[in-house]
Ligand binder design. Structure first.
Ligand code: ZN
Length: 239
């Protein structure tokens, strides 16, 4: 399938810790991860200028978009956000990672603020699977351990998930609805909390398996619609 990875390059990633975690950059790590699973992957850089390299062909051919953003959430062009949301409603899959909980894309598609509790202590997270038969957990057991992660905890302002798959437990005692699916129109959205930019979380074999499984689960099983149609006005635009 075709996957478009939108990933930020921010100052945290250029610190010694950030470069040690991902010498190749976090975006390239994600690109390689999905390529190794047999997908055709395009990487789009996000920075203080938003998504400069974006062109519409990337989105128009994508089966799944993977989104990682943090420091420049507010710099992303609204026009791009509109296009991604409309394409999800038409059937495309969307994976939102880590600090994408405060991205325009995540907040718009969920209709929530994405607000949560956080603490950057680099302590352990255990991702407990609470739906062991879910396809996103294929090949995995009861839990995935992550040695170092930023704590994200409840209360997490999201809609009640359509499918809750992982509950994150943190060494400090907090918990989080950490991995879940919401359905929007003909498309599905998967959020996974882990992946702070200074910890090499996307090298964790369990996390890599979750992400590949998620891309397969979100892949449209019908052709993505050309138009969203309303019977009263023939063509409906979300703008
Ligand atoms: Zn973070």
């Amino acid at each position: 399938m075709n996957i478009a990875v939108f990933c930020e390059i921010n100052p945290e990633m250029l610190t010694e810790k950030g470069v040690n975690a991902y010498p190749e950059t976090l975006g390239v790590c994600l690109k390689n991860l999905f390529e190794e699973a047999g997908n055709s992957v395009t990487l789009v850089k996000l920075d203080e200028n938003g998504a400069e390299d974006f062109n519409e062909d990337i989105l128009n051919t994508a089966d799944v978009v993977v989104w990682w953003s943090h420091a420049y959430n507010h710099k992303v062009q609204n026009e791009l956000v509109d296009k991604i949301i409309e394409r999800v409603q038409k059937g495309m899959g969307l994976i939102c990672l880590h600090s994408a909980h405060k991205s325009k894309v995540f907040m718009r598609i969920t209709g929530a603020s994405g607000s949560l509790k956080w603490r950057e202590d680099g302590a352990q997270e255990r991702l407990w699977c609470v739906d062991v038969n879910h396809p996103i957990n294929d090949g995995l057991g009861e839990y995935v351990d992550i040695i170092n992660e930023e704590m994200y905890g409840e209360p997490f302002d999201i809609p009640t998930p359509d499918e809750l798959i992982y509950l994150g437990w943190f060494k400090g005692g907090e918990v989080l609805r950490a991995g879940f699916v919401v359905k929007r129109g003909r498309g599905k959205v998967f959020y996974l909390n882990c992946g702070h930019e200074t910890y090499p979380v996307y090298r964790n074999e369990g996390v890599r398996k979750i992400l590949v499984n998620a891309s397969k689960y979100l892949k449209p099983n019908r052709p993505i619609l050309d138009k969203l149609v309303c019977p009263h006005i023939t063509e409906f635009s979300i703008k």
